[in-house]
Write a protein that binds this ligand. Structure first.
Ligand code: HEC
Length: 177
């Protein structure tokens, strides 16, 4: 009797063991990590990179984040930090229209070459809070204006544009505490 139980146990144990070893992927059939090197040729590689690097949305995502950083830095009287992000915004918009040249005309004529970008940069260098806030306000309106011209006006109805509409009365920022 005992030996029969033992035999059954042995059969169960070996079945479980076999199916477990089947379920484990071997080195050979592990999914590859080389999503660029594995494909046939450079054309396919560049096509994958183009897809991966996206269009205008991803640079704008970064611009939006840095825009909020600019605002917060101004509130916090950290004009060097504000200027740092403001300069990155310029680079990011240019990288954006490198990918989507259809956006270049609006970006240049409204924002980068229209003096809007340069005015805030100059104001930040001047350390003059009045000038800085005025130039920021013009820049904010220009971001929003481009969204209208480029047919994405819904972009403007979001927290980042609402909360940056004005500056707190006192520059003694809560952020610093
Ligand atoms: C060329 C004109 C243009 C300018 C200038 C511009 N935007 Fe945009 N923005 C767009 C377009 C177009 C989209 C939608 C992109 C898409 O559909 O792929 C967009 C999308 C966005 C988004 C959404 C990104 C996402 O997918 O999460 C944010 C946030 C944003 N913009 C913020 C800003 C801010 C802040 C500024 C100013 C500092 C600014 N934009 C200046 C044209 C512009």
């Amino acid at each position: 009797m005992k030996s029969r139980y033992f035999l059954i146990l042995l059969i169960i144990a070996s079945t479980v063991g076999i199916s477990f070893s089947i379920a484990q992927p071997t080195e050979r059939n592990k999914p590859s990590k080389h999503w660029l090197l594995d494909v046939e040729n450079d054309t396919e590689r560049f096509a994958r990179l183009e897809t991966y690097l996206r269009g205008f949305d991803q640079p704008m995502w970064e611009v939006g984040h840095r825009y909020e950083m600019v605002y917060d830095a101004i509130v916090n009287n950290n004009y060097e930090l504000a200027s740092y992000h403001w300069r990155k915004i310029k680079t990011t918009i240019k990288n954006g229209y490198l990918k989507r040249p259809a956006r270049k005309f609006s970006a240049d004529s409204m924002f980068l070459q229209s003096n809007v970008w340069a005015s805030l940069e100059a104001a930040l260098q001047s350390n003059d809070p009045k000038k800085i806030k005025k130039a920021f306000s013009v820049a904010r309106k220009t971001c929003m204006g481009c969204h209208v011209v480029e047919k994405v006006p819904f972009m403007n109805n979001q927290k980042m544009f609402h909360r940056t509409e004005s500056f707190p009365e006192s520059n003694e920022s809560k952020l610093r505490n």
